[in-house]
Design a protein around this ligand. Structure first.
Ligand code: GLY
Length: 382
């Protein structure tokens, strides 16, 4: 069933979900305001420091909701979050490749919606730092900084960066300078070559020798193991590749996005919401990652607008099915005490962190999916 009916109306469940999301978010905004929620283990969002990679999702969600008729207070909170992030941007030391997640959903969103010059400058600063993490020999953007003293992770690239490079595509389009796009393209070429397996499953971490650029090893990361298929990583690839196709029109991205999407869809259980890792052992198979479902749904909806007419429908319908199931089967809307919108996310199973809980990025992508279905004009990654 399509979310947009034949007479051009948005389907009933989408409007109902939007209204209930607005109401819940008004309530949460009153409690947490300009802060940086991550997971909601006991009904209330736990707040992180602003340098954590998740800092953009709450303000990003507020921009989308504000655009869709939400409270004026949402805008004030989103702007205040963006200002708080200046200490991270200017402090430099804590910046890693998640500059994309953080400043696309804050400064780029604000600039696109309101033409804020300060926001534009912040976004360029972030894009320059991100481009500066490029390793020429390995043609990858370095993911993280050392997590502990003495650690050398200068050879690490991770699939999540397929979302961060959208900041570079934006910077090239906005400035007319193709250098940013060249870095994004080189990194995405590495994604195609080293992260996507022939069966459409996706690796989380590839470690390169940072001097020679040769592949040194594959690492399981947030997935079960080096050869497993972490569902959120698969979702980052579906959406990241679809966006790369949107930015460049290059067929190889469309083909890879479809290949990974087919793998993702073939692994879904009956209710269309993925397990945390598609190759997890049976005893952990009860754990879902609703955030992976929400992110992949946005990528599928995008494919459903970009691909040739004859191919579109199946991707759009798959995206809608996932979102509808998240709303009906995983939504917290009947529980006024729960701040998270979508239950049953898994943040980091190998480290046993934030398992089976609402996650702010699950909420964000659920809202973005609804916004797409309602015809939103501003999508930060595009
Ligand atoms: N980008 C980190 C994660 O997906 O958990």
């Amino acid at each position: 069933m399509a979310a947009i009916t034949d007479n051009g109306q948005t389907q009933h469940w989408v409007e109902e979900a939007w209204r209930r999301t607005l109401a819940k978010t008004e309530w949460t905004n009153k409690r947490i305001g300009a802060s940086f929620p991550h997971a909601s283990p006991d009904g209330r969002y736990v707040l992180e420091e602003p340098y954590w990679w998740t800092a953009g999702f709450w303000p990003g969600m507020l921009w989308l909701l504000h655009e869709g008729g939400g409270d004026e207070a949402f805008r004030a909170t989103a702007e205040a979050c963006e200002e708080k992030l200046d200490a991270v941007l200017d402090g430099y030391d804590r910046l890693d490749h998640d500059l994309g997640f953080m400043w696309l959903l804050t400064s780029v969103a604000n600039y696109k919606l309101n033409g804020s010059e300060v926001s534009r400058r912040r976004a360029f600063k972030a894009a320059n730092y991100l481009a500066g993490r490029f390793n020429l020999q390995g043609r990858y953007i370095r993911a993280w900084n050392p997590w502990r003293e003495g650690e050398d992770n200068s050879g690490y690239a991770i699939i999540d960066c397929a979302m961060n490079v959208n900041l570079l595509y934006w910077a090239s389009r906005e400035s007319g300078d193709p250098r940013y796009k060249h870095v994004a393209e080189a990194h995405m070429g590495t994604v195609l070559k080293h992260f996507i397996r022939p069966d459409g499953s996706v690796r989380h971490i590839v470690r390169f020798d940072p001097e020679t650029g040769e592949v040194a090893e594959y690492i399981g990361g947030q997935g079960y193991g080096p050869e497993s298929a972490w569902s959120r990583g698969t979702a980052w690839a579906v959406y990241g590749l679809a966006l790369a196709y949107r930015h460049t029109g290059r067929e190889e991205y469309a083909n890879a996005a479809k290949q990974v999407a087919h793998f993702f869809l073939s692994q879904l259980p009956e209710d269309c919401v993925p397990h945390w890792d598609f190759r997890a052992p049976e005893e952990t198979k009860h754990l879902r990652d609703s955030s992976a479902g929400a992110c992949a749904a946005c990528g599928l909806l995008l494919l459903g607008t970009l691909l040739p007419e004859a191919e579109r429908d199946s991707y759009r319908i798959a995206g809608e099915r996932i979102l509808e199931s998240l709303y009906v089967n995983y939504g917290s809307f009947d529980d006024p005490a729960e701040e998270g919108l979508i239950l049953r996310g898994t943040s980091h199973y190998p480290e046993r962190k934030n398992i089976d809980v609402p996650l702010i990025y699950g909420d964000y992508f659920f809202v973005e999916g609804l916004a797409r279905l309602r015809g939103a004009k501003m999508i930060p990654w595009e």
